[in-house]
Design a protein around this ligand. Sequence first.
Ligand SMILES: Nc1ncnc2c1ncn2[C@@H]1O[C@H](COP(=O)(O)OP(=O)(O)O)[C@@H](O)[C@H]1O
Ligand code: SF4
Ligand SMILES: [Mg+2]
Length: 304
Amino acid sequence: MLKVEGLTVRADSLALVHEVSFAIAPGERVGLIGESGSGKSLTALSLMGLLPEGVTAAGKATMGGNDLVGVAESRLKRLRGRDVSMVFQEPMTALNPLMRIGAQVAEVMTLHGTPRAQARQKAAELLERVRLPEPGQIARAYPHQLSGGQRQRVMLAIALANEPDLLICDEPTTALDVTVQKQMLELIAEVAPALLFITHDLAVVASVCERVLVMYGGRVVESGPIREVFTRPRHRYTEGLLAASKLTPRGTRLPTIKGSVPPAGRFPDGCVFRNRCPQATPTCETVPALTGDGHAFACWHPAD
Ligand SMILES: Nc1ncnc2c1ncn2[C@@H]1O[C@H](COP(=O)(O)OP(=O)(O)O)[C@@H](O)[C@H]1O
Ligand code: SF4
Ligand SMILES: [Mg+2]
């Protein structure tokens, strides 16, 4: 359904995302993980045609046969929300503070040609579907009158309004407290037609997704079924991420990946993880290819 081939994102001459390829089948739930600065958000934004000023995407991405990269804004506007739609981390910036919730949900449908009365009716149904209490009251409220968790549900209702085939969520629950977070995740897993879920929280990915893509330095370094990747990581970066996320008994030291994610443009040549990897050898000065069916990884000296 979604097919991404050789997606590269640049700001001026600097490549921020390199040759990323992956696919999502109808109904599939895929996690995209990696430390902050790995290129997760730019990958998602390029699929939505929502890259920031001065940042451009090249390569190929298609959704049900429609091109998503390198097409005119007018055409993307029609696809956005209908083929692919996205829920962001901070709903307050995405909602119009001066417009009532019900009208905002209805507007995304009228913009796509749904008659006004029908859009109003469907907006009410959507607010109920994302399990907002008292949906009628919420519809008449303004964004600042809702809690963070309620606003995030409204964003989900907006994202679902035009019945997209794929939902992209970028760290949708990071700003919410733990119990609200859990309810939101269950809701997303239930209502998403197919899902690309971005997070740095490995436990969340394990509970929501079936497959995972691990990104580092703007590249996919490992991908495969969650169970396999999480129980038998092969790339040394994935191995480090998992070790750092393990809960350790009180008093024992949490293993962490040494060093920190370099700023864009400062990753080493060859394997991008080379300057932080305990297993690096001179061979790693050559870029390792992402290989393997099902469970794939790009590492010269994989863990076993
Ligand atoms: N508008 C921009 N101009 C230049 N560099 C950017 C821009 N947006 C993001 N970057 C850089 O691209 C890299 C990847 O960013 P991002 O996709 O946001 O990472 P993630 O979502 O994994 O944290 C980071 O080094 C970030 O600083
Ligand atoms: S290719 Fe080399 S540097 Fe990169 S993760 Fe594998 S062992 Fe480490
Ligand atoms: Mg991000």
